[in-house]
Design a protein around this ligand. Structure first.
Ligand code: GLP
Length: 270
């Protein structure tokens, strides 16, 4: 696992967008795993800018989102399909037929989950999976006690998640209590994982996920077992990490990040 602490939420989003753009440029037919949530807004708006200003090409890629609420149709403003269309898909040159989210309206939810796993497999697996972290420590909607071997399935949301995501709904009655989510095991099979977290309210969970013991009580801690996972944070989300100095040293000295460090310092100078 590598941990990168950027000075601000905007710099952290820049880095994540830079990683995704690099993946797309190197492999235009990449299979991207995508995530939703307010944290991802900055990443998608930068990718849209790169598409408009630099011609970043999405025409060859395929995407699979982590999760979707059970009971919300794609047209519902709070569905993750709607979020993705609004923030990214409708603003870049991606073929909507190549974009996948679980169908939370499926009559047979178990069959839908199996189908989603099969689709990912048929696409050749996910090259790069973007992730956020919930206040419960979830990745996707894998709540505490999710097995590290879990596959795509229906998960019941815990109170901390309901409380966190309630702000997007008109009231508690409108908020779904279940979601379809890729499993922790599904996520660990992706070739590369990039988790983005910003803000002080994520700091404690980030510290438990990155520096705490591997435990299904903190599903994001499973990323410690992934051989190519990068955790990108702003200073607030990284504020409870004990190893911050070590992470900074690694980032500053790793040749892989040289081009980004150069671009970021040019931006800062204006
Ligand atoms: C939802 C999604 C998660 C996401 C989390 C973080 O619960 N299922 O995949 O990581 O939100 O949300 P935010 O970025 O709004 O803090």
């Amino acid at each position: 696992m590598e941990v990168i602490i950027q000075p601000s939420a905007s710099a952290a989003a820049d880095l994540v967008a830079w990683i995704i753009a690099g993946q797309l440029r190197a492999h235009p037919r990449s299979v991207l795993g995508l995530a939703t949530g307010s944290t991802m807004g900055g990443v998608y708006s930068r990718l849209v800018d790169m598409h408009v200003e630099e011609g970043l090409d999405f025409s060859g890629c395929r995407t699979f989102n982590l999760d979707e609420y059970v009971g919300l149709p794609g047209e519902h403003p709070n569905s993750y399909r709607h979020y993705m269309n609004q923030h990214l898909f409708n603003k870049v040159n991606i073929d909507l037929r190549n974009t996948h989210l679980p169908n939370g309206m499926a009559k047979d939810l178990a069959a839908e989950c199996e189908k989603y796993e099969r689709l990912i497999e048929q696409a050749g697996g996910i090259d790069l999976q973007l992730l956020g972290i919930g206040r419960s420590g979830h990745i996707g909607f894998n709540e505490p006690l999710s097995s590290f071997n879990s596959r795509t399935r229906v998960e019941s949301l815990v109170p901390a998640t309901i409380e966190q995501n309630l702000q997007f709904f008109e009231g508690i009655e409108q908020m779904p209590r279940q979601a379809i989510t890729m499993g922790v095991g599904t996520i660990l099979e992706c070739r590369r994982c990039v988790l983005l977290a910003t803000g002080r309210d994520k700091a404690e969970m980030v510290a438990r996920a990155v520096e705490g013991p591997l435990t299904s009580m903190v599903p994001a801690s499973a990323l410690q077992m992934h051989s190519a996972s990068t955790v990108v944070l702003d200073a607030a989300a990284g504020s409870q990490l004990k190893g911050a100095q070590h992470y900074h040293w690694q980032f500053e000295n790793d040749a892989k990040w040289k081009a980004f460090r150069g671009a970021a310092s040019v931006d800062a100078r204006g």
